[in-house]
Design a binder for this molecule. Structure first.
Ligand code: PBG
Length: 337
């Protein structure tokens, strides 16, 4: 009589949510420092780390500070860094020729990190945007109507060999030209660099969330806009099947790891690729995803620590095996207790 409100339930899922211990016992996804790849920006010179206004808490480091930063990251259990150079604008030109210089900043940075922290996995972007005055990822056709796919691929293959020779473990073509993974694989093998792996930016979408990154590497200033139109080579955010087409090609061309980028808005793409491939999947939580959480936290509207954790766990739960994220260091520190 007094219990007439009681539901007659056999299943009560809340039983396993009752205490912290029970919740931990049935937890399906755990984040580890080893899951995180830290993107790091590099500059030339001797100055102090430069803050990036649109990415609070992220800096550009000179090579000596970069080396120290990589040492700290490794101590926190982060196993890989993705290095991005910001060039002196005077070195940029229409064809991005500075990308093939033997004394390029990125090559000096890679050698310094590999020498000081040999057990740190180093990856680098293979694309021309930090080097071109127009900010596109490749060289342009003579009428400047489009990126010249095949001429770009020839340059990227050379760039990949230079990076591999400097000691890079993973080259990461981020340009979205057709055929670049295969061309890079052939060039690496021909240069006796068959041990250098390729992390392909397989499903890289034409996203507005790359804005802060373009400030960080100076490609926004060079081109005069942060919203450079890359829809002629990056994927349409409206498309999912096309990501699988890119996956098939990258696998056939020799990609070792495939990537989805951005991450948080593209969880369905991560999931789709998870079912379609046995390769490890990387997801890139891009600059805009980072900065929007930072901005809301700064306004007191969101809790920074909880939101960044939730964003990363969700990306892993969707099927990513590793995550490039500007939160890597802080989250690793937090995970280490
Ligand atoms: C360049 C490159 C971009 C990012 C990584 N490599 C920007 C772009 O394609 O314009 C974006 C990373 C980020 O936003 O954090 N090829």
């Amino acid at each position: 009589m007094s219990n007439s409100f009681k539901l007659n339930l056999v299943q009560r899922p809340r039983r396993l949510r009752r205490t912290a211990e029970l919740r931990a016992l049935v937890e399906e996804t755990a984040l580890r420092p080893a899951d995180l790849i830290a993107p790091v920006f590099v500059i030339d010179g001797k100055g102090r780390p430069e803050p990036i206004e649109s990415m609070p808490g992220v800096f550009r480091y000179t090579i000596p500070d970069l080396v120290k930063e990589c040492g700290s990251l490794r101590k926190l259990g982060i196993l890989a860094v993705a290095l991005f150079p910001k060039l002196d604008p005077r070195l940029k030109d229409e064809d991005g020729t500075a990308a093939l210089r033997e004394d390029a900043l990125i090559l000096r940075a890679v050698r310094a990190v590999k020498k000081a922290v040999p057990n740190m996995i180093v990856m680098t972007d293979i694309a021309l945007d930090p080097y071109t005055t127009h900010g596109h990822d490749g060289v342009l056709l003579s009428d400047r109507s489009d990126v010249d796919n095949d001429r770009t691929v020839a340059i990227l293959a050379k760039m990949a060999v230079l990076h591999a020779s400097a000691g890079v473990d993973l080259v990461a073509p981020s340009d979205m030209m057709d055929g670049r993974v295969g061309a890079i694989r052939r060039a690496l093998d021909a240069a006796d660099r068959e041990g250098t792996a390729i992390m392909a930016y397989t499903a890289k979408y034409a996203s507005a969330y790359y804005g802060p990154f373009r400030d960080a590497v100076g490609s926004a200033k060079a081109s005069g806009t942060r919203s450079l139109d890359k829809r002629g080579y990056q994927l349409n955010p409206a498309n999912r099947r096309e990501a699988v087409t890119e996956l098939r090609l990258d696998e056939a061309e020799g990609a070792d790891i495939v990537m989805v980028k951005p991450a948080g808005l593209y969880l369905d793409i991560i999931r789709e690729l998870r079912f379609a491939t046995r390769k490890p999947i990387a997801a890139y939580q891009v600059s805009g995803e980072y900065s929007q959480i930072q901005a809301a936290a700064r306004l007191g509207w969101l809790d920074l620590a909880q939101c960044r954790r939730e964003s990363l766990v969700s990306i892993k739960r969707a099927g990513a095996n590793m995550i490039l994220t500007y939160f890597a260091k802080d989250v690793a520190a937090e995970l280490n207790g």
